[in-house]
Design a binder for this molecule. Structure first.
Ligand code: DON
Length: 321
């Protein structure tokens, strides 16, 4: 395989063969029913549960897509990994981890609680993500903070589709008692930076959760993380390699919430799930994948997205292309 790879100069020499196997997994998944759309955010409950898209982008820019890969969806908690990466690239891990920890919480993504240091456990669950948003360009206006974050997302997506669902933002904000409770709890425990506006922080968090991508554009984001922070399609340096290293570590240990241990055991790849049914999967040094299927399992991860990852590993863990 190494000789073939060296001669072909492609990270996956038989990429067509690889895509053929991905297509077989996709076709099998289309027959699977299971899970239920998120219903606590009204807009998410109305999305067609039959949507299924799988998109791959390698670190040398090879692409393949199957199914609904050009349909916009809200990235929701997948934004948490991106916000953390951007923050660490901007401020360095030392500063960012004054406001959040690095440990799995072992509980659901929206549980209220702090670690032994009085900080949110990690940036991949709601308490840590809200704290992470409080740091993001904290001295600028909310408009400029939103622009900054979404422009960084666009760079990581190779300038492919990144949108915004105002309806989802408004509906989420109107149904967010739990997140407001988390915000007040963090404020009560002095987690936020000085002079932080809780309401502005929560608005930024809800807005970044309501940013839209497609499986195609999200696979490029995942590939940028797989490629040490350099977008494989534009060659633009988006985030620092050190920031990517930290981000992938926390995606690996915390990205799938209280399924993260099982995910590490069964799949073993850095990943981040979102409540609209996306999973961003990173194969470091090789490729990024986005699988999107709205119905969720009982832990809040995409039912068919989890199955896809397990089928992927079963097929390729020891296969040589
Ligand atoms: O704050 C929330 O509840 C949502 N905006 C994000 C949660 C989420 O995506 C959980 N992922 N499975």
């Amino acid at each position: 395989v190494l000789n073939k790879a060296l001669s072909s100069n492609l990270i996956i020499p038989d990429f067509q063969g690889f895509c053929g196997e991905i297509k077989k997994i996709y076709e099998d998944l289309k027959k699977v029913k299971g899970g239920k759309n998120a219903d606590y955010i009204p807009q998410l409950s109305r999305v067609n549960p039959n949507y299924l898209g799988v998109s791959v982008c390698t670190v040398d820019g090879q692409r393949c897509s199957f199914g609904d890969t050009d349909i916009p969806f809200c990235i929701q908690s997948c934004s948490k990994a991106l916000n953390y990466a951007i923050n660490v690239a901007e401020h360095g891990p030392g500063f960012v981890h004054k406001f959040l920890g690095k440990e799995p919480s072992g509980v659901g993504f929206n549980q209220i609680g702090l670690d032994k240091n009085g900080l949110p456990h990690n940036p991949m669950i709601n308490p840590g993500a809200i704290s992470c948003c409080s740091v993001l360009k904290k001295d600028e206006s909310l408009a400029d903070r939103f622009d900054y974050a979404t422009n960084e997302y666009k760079k990581m997506a190779g300038e492919e589709f990144i949108g915004f669902s105002n309806a989802t933002f408004l509906s989420e904000k109107s149904e967010a008692d739990r997140n407001f409770a988390i915000g007040y709890y963090l404020k009560e425990h002095n987690v936020f930076p000085e002079n932080c506006s809780l309401f502005e922080t929560l608005d930024l968090y809800f807005q970044l959760c309501s940013v839209e991508a497609t499986a195609d554009s999200a696979s490029v984001i995942s590939a940028t993380l797989a490629n040490g922070g350099v977008c494989p399609t534009t060659k633009e340096v988006c985030v620092t390699a050190d920031s990517v290293r930290n981000t992938l570590s926390l995606m690996y240990s915390c990205g799938m919430y209280d399924y993260s241990g099982e995910w590490a055991f069964e799949v073993g790849l850095p990943a981040k799930s979102g409540v609209a049914g996306s999973i961003f999967i990173v194969v470091p040094g090789v490729m990024g994948i986005c699988v999107w299927s709205p119905p969720l399992d009982e832990l809040g991860n995409s039912y068919r997205g989890i199955l896809f990852a397990k089928m992927l590993i079963k097929k390729f863990a020891f296969h040589q292309f």
